[in-house]
Design a protein. Structure first.
Length: 286
């Protein structure tokens, strides 16, 4: 395929090195997406791990030390002696995506990780160790809008930025579902719970409503927490189709702001690639 895509994708094969038997957050979901996106002609950039200083802008020292130790966290989010290495690399990918206005295709995801681990009373960490999006936004230190389109509520991101005058947070997500939060909006965090099977039309109408609530005059950049598990048939399905992600991209482009993205959920690699390609094409006006 022609190499016409301008948005660079941040990726490292190191993020494929760890796995847990039978776990849905597997290397395969990202490996398959990466192989397909290569055929689409994207340019890939290798990231470096985030520094501890950058991670500490979003997390407590206590939590960083716990991740370094790699002990047991919960059934959803196992530990491991090298998990700090992979989690800090994913955070570094998010920072590079923010700097390059690109997209970070790395794992582990991050939006359920709060300041000190579990956030807002969630029962588990939801596959997340460090909040990649939060670390990237803190690194930029610019007025920002975070748009979380993962099928689950971004409870960790909300906890980290609640009351922050420089950041607006929007999350569209399925309820009832893990993490059991995000039923109501609070301060600068705008939550839009949706039913299973919502479909493209309701989703896009809701996103349009959400974006109209935000005063964009002081916003300099939009960070997309791009989970694709709301795709029809995935674990947080809202029955979305690839065309929905194309329309999401158009709506974000029409905001007229600089944009970057970070992978959250999405557990069918082929769908991640197709949906992401549709999203990026629209962001670029293709």
């Amino acid at each position: 395929m022609d190499n016409y895509n301008q948005m660079k994708i941040i990726f490292s094969e190191k993020c494929l090195e760890y796995s847990y038997f039978g776990h849905v957050e597997s290397p395969e979901r990202v490996r398959e997406a990466y192989e397909i996106l290569k055929r689409y002609g994207y340019t890939f950039i290798e990231p470096k791990p985030a520094s501890e200083e950058d991670i500490l802008k979003a997390h407590t020292k206590e939590w960083v030390e716990m991740v370094k130790k790699g002990g047991y966290f919960d059934l959803d989010t196992p530990g491991g002696k090298d998990i700090y290495q992979y989690a800090s690399l994913s955070a570094g990918g998010a920072i590079l995506a923010a700097k390059e206005r690109g997209f970070s295709l790395l794992r582990p995801p991050g939006h359920h990780a709060g300041k000190n681990g579990r956030a807002l009373g969630a029962p588990t960490l939801g596959f997340c160790y460090f909040n990649n999006m939060a670390i990237a936004i803190k690194y930029l230190d610019k007025p920002a809008l975070i748009l979380d389109i993962d099928g689950h509520h971004g409870n960790g991101t909300q906890e980290i930025f609640l009351g922050d005058p420089k950041v607006k947070f929007i999350s569209l997500h399925r309820v009832p579902l893990y993490p059991g939060t995000g039923y109501e909006s609070e301060d600068n965090c705008y939550n839009f719970p949706l039913p299973a099977g919502a479909g493209d039309e309701l989703y896009l109408k809701t996103l349009d409503k959400a974006l109209k609530l935000i005063d964009l005059k002081d916003i300099e950049i939009v960070g997309i927490s791009a989970g694709f598990d709301a795709h029809k048939g995935d674990i947080a399905s809202l029955s979305l189709t690839p065309n929905c992600y194309k329309e999401i991209g158009k709506m974000i482009r029409n905001l007229g702001k600089e944009v970057f993205g970070v992978l959250e959920g999405g557990y069918i690699g082929e769908n991640i690639a197709i949906d992401l390609h549709q999203l990026i094409q629209s962001l670029e006006g293709s």
